[in-house]
Design a protein around this ligand. Structure first.
Ligand SMILES: O=C(O)CCC(=O)C(=O)O
Ligand SMILES: [Fe+2]
Length: 255
């Protein structure tokens, strides 16, 4: 007699080691309407974990690779803070390029809504290539994505990443290091100043692989009589111990 074999358990056979979805689909799968609402309310939004630990570590390792970057900035030499960063050169590494390309369309929609709140016509195209063509025609041709490295005692002064007349109003920063393990301190800080008011500061907790989207220089706020601009700046508080790395994505290029 042929022994009866148990039918394979469907649930068991269907379990495969999951490969992370593509970076592009992780971004398009986000709840962009909720992110838009948060950006409207606060001028920033933590969009949650995007990069895997391995992807973060690979980007960090790139820091010491020649020919990936176009320049290295020692922050203390310019009064920017303490620490250093490097601007990527073109062609961007594929992870950086995919993040920049895939984040742009939903952010352009939010940026255009902000324009209309201020009574202006939408002016951002839905694809990054078209927007970059406008920057390049205006002489802003140098890539702005950057990798930042902070050691113990380092910090980043409050600033705005403007690199010419043209600027896209939203940018992103990805935390590549593990807080509590790789570093302590080093918090992402945002400030805003409403007309005739004092500065207000916000510290935004981030985990490794998470990204924050935030306003580059100002955001529209609906007042009782009109919509007005609130100026925003960002920076990083002092790293108390260890090393902290970030990937910064700015959507306009530089002069
Ligand atoms: O290191 C950070 O978290 C801030 C980086 C930054 O200033 C930027 O991405 O523009
Ligand atoms: Fe910045």
């Amino acid at each position: 007699m042929i022994p009866l074999r148990a039918k394979p358990d469907r649930t068991e056979v269907s379990i495969k080691p999951t490969t992370p979805s593509s970076i592009a689909s992780r971004l398009t799968g986000l709840k962009w309407s909720r992110i838009g609402t948060e950006l409207d309310a606060h001028g920033y939004a933590n969009i949650g974990p995007i990069l895997t630990r391995l992807e973060c570590e690979t980007l960090v390792t790139d820091y010491d690779t020649d020919n990936v970057f176009r320049s290295r900035i020692i922050m203390s030499r310019h009064g920017f803070g303490q620490g250093e960063y490097k601007y990527y050169g073109y062609p961007l590494p594929s992870t950086v390029s995919t993040l920049r390309l895939s984040l742009f369309p939903p952010l352009a929609e939010i940026a255009n809504r902000w324009e209309s709140m201020l009574g202006r016509l939408p002016r951002f195209p839905s694809d990054h290539a078209s927007y970059l063509a406008t920057c390049h025609a205006a002489g802003q041709i140098r890539p702005t994505p950057l990798l930042l490295r902070y050691g113990t005692g380092d910090y980043n002064c409050l600033h705005q990443d403007l690199y010419g007349d043209l600027h896209f109003p939203l940018q992103a920063a990805f935390l590549l290091s593990q807080p509590g393990q790789d570093f302590t301190g080093g918090e992402f800080v945002l400030t805003e100043q409403r007309p005739r008011r004092q500065f207000r500061a916000e510290v935004v907790p981030l985990q490794q692989g998470e990204a924050i989207i935030f306003a580059v220089n100002h955001r529209p706020v609906v007042g009782t009589r009109s919509v007005y601009h609130v100026a925003m700046r960002h920076g990083v508080s002092q790293v108390r111990t260890g090393h902290r790395h970030t990937l910064g994505l700015i959507f306009h290029d530089a002069k």
